[in-house]
Design a protein around this ligand. Structure first.
Ligand SMILES: [Zn+2]
Ligand SMILES: [Zn+2]
Length: 308
């Protein structure tokens, strides 16, 4: 997707550099980017790169899978003889990458990470080893971060004793408090304006809401709604028998690919979520684009139906 700022005077790289330095202002700059970008900003953002969707290469997987398969030789007991996770000797696993922790104890890299993945545990398992590598990693990380912060604050700290800096900051604080007061006042006005708007249109709003309630009531009484409820009942009756008979669950059948079902249907069938009528709701915001009549032309209403 091409993300080009709407403002020709700001290049994307400038924007990126700025946001990196001042993340607190990021939201403000989003106004300069087209709507497509806002849509792409899903709440589940990750800072790490997505892992590749390619299946693991067999020749890389093979030697490591052998490690976790049962031992054909006598399991080792001492860390000097082999890896304590898979209990295999160093001699029999020659060439398999290893990791040595800060305590000096060595494991197969895959075994160490396998253990971490399985138990969420990263402590060394050698008897009486009381050196927690992660404690050291935490300390190293914190030292590095605080050194970086100290360096960054150096310049600012040097200003702190200067009279003109103090005076400038006093002025800045004055402007901040002035802004806070002005913001408080305009927010009060907006709140009052909303109150007045609702007051002025209360009959129309109540009329709209009343219509919605009638529509919901009418929908509840349609044959389609009866069919909908009946289809759920039929499913639940049969599903309950199957789940008891085969000691299984909806989730298990779904995960194993025995039944296929959309997440929306699962919400109702598996999680017993009731059908909501929130889609009937209608949000009205101020803006240049007024709400359009969905029935005004055929194309629009057709696409609406297609979306549902
Ligand atoms: Zn191992
Ligand atoms: Zn250790």
């Amino acid at each position: 997707m091409d993300l080009e700022p709407e403002d020709a005077f700001i290049s994307l790289s400038t924007l990126e550099a700025y946001i990196e330095k001042h993340p607190e202002d990021a939201e403000k700059w989003l106004d300069f980017l087209p709507t497509a970008f806002k849509l792409a900003m899903t709440p589940r953002q990750t800072i790490y790169a997505r892992s590749s969707r390619d299946p693991p290469a067999a020749e890389l997987l093979e030697p490591h899978i052998n490690i976790i398969t049962p031992n054909t030789e006598t399991p080792i007991e001492h860390y000097l003889d082999g890896c304590l996770v898979c209990k295999k000797t160093w001699a029999s696993t020659d060439g398999v990458p290893t990791t040595t922790l800060i305590c000096g104890h060595t494991y197969h890299t895959v075994c160490y990470m396998y253990q971490y993945y399985e138990n969420d545990a990263t402590r060394c398992i050698v008897n009486n080893c009381d050196i927690d590598t992660w404690d050291y990693i935490r300390t190293i990380y914190r030292n590095k971060r605080s050194r970086k912060n100290r360096a960054e604050n150096l310049l600012l700290n040097s200003f702190k004793r200067r009279a003109d800096f103090k005076q400038d900051i006093t002025h800045l604080k004055g402007y901040i408090s002035e802004f806070n007061k002005a913001q408080g006042r305009i927010e009060g006005l907006i709140k009052n304006a909303r109150r007045d708007l609702i007051h002025k249109h209360i009959f129309s709003i109540n009329h709209l809401q009343g219509d919605m309630n009638t529509t919901v009531k009418d929908l509840q009484e349609t044959q389609e709604m009866l069919n909908y409820k009946l289809s759920i009942q039929k499913f639940r009756k049969h599903a309950a028998t199957i789940f008891r008979k085969y000691h299984t669950s909806f989730r298990e059948l779904h995960v194993n690919g025995i039944i296929k079902c959309s997440w929306r249907a699962r919400g109702v069938l598996e999680r017993h979520r009731a059908l909501g009528f929130y889609k009937l709701g209608c949000r009205i915001y101020p803006g240049r684009k007024l709400i359009t009549d969905p029935l005004a032309n055929e194309v629009d209403s057709d696409s609406d139906l297609a979306e549902d």
